[in-house]
Write a protein that binds this ligand. Structure first.
Ligand SMILES: [Zn+2]
Length: 176
């Protein structure tokens, strides 16, 4: 069984009695698809005394849990994440699905650079794609708003006013 969890990973338990707890992976068992996590799935064992030094007693220790019950916590973004895979220098590298950083420390730097580049190009593409749309909308709304105010209304007002003033001036002339 292929596992995305490796020894030394910090993982978050996402289901079961230890849900919400996190710990360091002490051992993995790819054959069974199980992992041993520090402080998780603690079981008590009653050990029989075997010698004068080994007096036995109750021992608490972690037991293996299903690897599907845990998620790797990304060191870069601090979130529990599903794992993506990427080929870097011919090797399969585990990638955080949330931030794009590598979950394998030895590749963290190279992958981070790639992720930043990808982010930048993605942002550029977004900007170039959105710009013409936004501008067109702005122009349309501006034109709609501007058309009645600047063209029709003031023209009508001024003609009415001028007509009134001409009438007034005429009547005042007549009265004199
Ligand atoms: Zn991350």
């Amino acid at each position: 069984m292929k596992m995305n969890i490796k020894k030394g990973d910090t993982v978050l338990v996402i289901t079961g009695k230890d849900k919400g707890k996190s710990g360091k992976v002490l051992e993995t068992n790819p054959k069974d698809g199980k992992v041993l996590v520090e402080g998780i799935n603690i079981v008590t064992k009653h050990k029989k005394p075997r010698s004068q030094q080994d007096k036995g007693g109750i021992i608490k220790k972690p037991a293996m849990i299903e690897s599907s019950n845990v998620q790797v916590i990304c060191a870069a973004c601090g979130k529990a994440t599903r794992v993506a895979h990427k080929q870097v220098d011919g090797k399969n590298v585990r990638i955080c699905k949330k931030c794009g950083a590598s979950l394998d420390k030895e590749f963290a730097k190279t992958v981070k650079k790639d992720a930043k580049k990808a982010e930048k190009t993605a942002k550029k593409e977004e900007k170039t794609a959105q710009k013409p749309e936004i501008n067109e909308n702005e122009v349309k709304t501006e034109a709609k708003k501007a058309a009645p105010k600047t063209a029709a209304k003031p023209a009508a007002k001024t003609t009415a006013k001028s007509a009134a003033t001409t009438k007034k001036s005429k009547s005042s002339d007549e009265s004199k």
